[in-house]
Design a protein around this ligand. Structure first.
Ligand code: DP6
Length: 319
């Protein structure tokens, strides 16, 4: 029996990943750039042994079906010959509001599964491996600000996270307004596929990503919150606009999300500096200076349909 554990933090994309050029290898159509967050993380232990089948226990609950099948397929990339795995994973997210992240989950699993198999992979190798569980997981291998280079190669060897500024580089805050949960009608995998194949706005999205990445990199290097916030907000809203034009159309924006977006814009117009982003769900996140986090916390907590407001700083890479 060999066993190993790992901890990986969630990340939020500042310039979004939206679309795959290879679904099996999780190769993106565009580069993306994220901030790894403290406070939100997954710890995972993998133990290899002679069991009859893989097992997955998530937050104390035995899993089967698609969740187990996905983890089993992922483990096939690293498991020692013939051995089955027992995977125990816990999401450390201070809420029951369903913020569990596939990024922190597959980053932690990649590290624990390869360590337990006796493989000493480099961070870039771990990032490529994590990518094949969930694309955004390749960024959670590293702390701080991380770029996921799109890469050109068909085998994905050049498509992995690259750290561009460490955790201590810039003491910003990301607030997460956790809004009332609605069932997720469209997975991000299906949403990406549909958008790439049918949205007339998708070529426009692709055409603007490289300049967004360049602007984000420059803003991070000079710690320019207005420049970073402007490009971050634009990236998220452009991504959501592509979905509205897909066929059949879909959106992750709920009425409560729109109320939160309006509240962020109103607060900014009134002098509170901060910018919003959203992922493949209803929650609204705000990037701001550390000094402005209490005011944003109060602003977001006063919204209708808010379950909880989390406040995160830059987080570390996998350990
Ligand atoms: C909107 O990484 O969850 O959060 O690769 O299909 O597992 P798969 O998708 P996932 O998608 C994340 C999409 C996003 C943007 C981002 O994190 O860059």
């Amino acid at each position: 029996m060999s066993s190993a554990s790992a901890r990986a933090h969630a990340n939020i994309a500042l310039v979004k990943y939206w679309g795959k050029r290879d679904e099996a290898l999780f190769l993106p159509t565009n580069g993306s750039l994220s901030l790894t967050l403290d406070g939100l993380y997954t710890t995972t232990t993998v133990t290899y042994g002679d069991g009859a089948a893989d097992r997955l226990v998530l937050d104390g609950v035995e899993q089967g079906g698609d969740a187990l099948a996905k983890v089993s397929r992922f483990l096939d990339r690293v498991r020692p010959d013939g051995l089955r795995a027992f995977v125990e994973s816990e999401n450390h997210v201070p809420t029951a509001a369903g913020l569990a992240s596939s990024a922190s989950a597959f980053a932690a699993l990649a590290v624990a599964a390869s360590r337990a198999a006796g493989l000493a992979l480099t961070p870039d190798e771990l990032s490529r491996l994590a990518r094949q569980g969930s694309g955004s997981a390749c960024r959670s291998i590293y702390g701080g600000f991380v770029e996921w280079r799109r890469g050109e190669r068909a085998d994905g060897a050049d498509s992995h996270g690259v750290p561009i500024a460490p955790q201590a580089h810039w003491d910003v805050r990301m607030l997460v307004a956790v809004l009332v949960k609605a069932p997720k009608a469209v997975s991000s995998r299906e949403g990406m596929r549909r958008t790439v194949q049918t949205s007339p706005f998708y070529p426009g999205w692709l055409a603007s990503v490289d300049s967004d990445l360049a602007a984000a990199r420059a803003a991070i290097a000079t710690r320019d919150l207005d420049a970073l916030g402007t490009v971050m907000e634009a990236s998220a809203l452009k991504m959501h606009a592509t979905m509205l034009a897909a066929q059949p159309p879909f959106t992750y924006l709920r009425p409560a999300s729109l109320a939160a977006i309006q509240a962020v814009w109103d607060a900014r117009a009134a002098g509170l500096n901060g910018y919003l982003t959203m992922d493949a769900g209803p929650n609204v996140k705000v990037l701001c200076a550390a000094a402005d986090a209490p005011a944003w916390q109060a602003c977001l907590a006063a919204l209708p349909d808010v379950v909880e407001v989390l406040c995160c700083g830059p987080g570390p890479g996998v350990a």
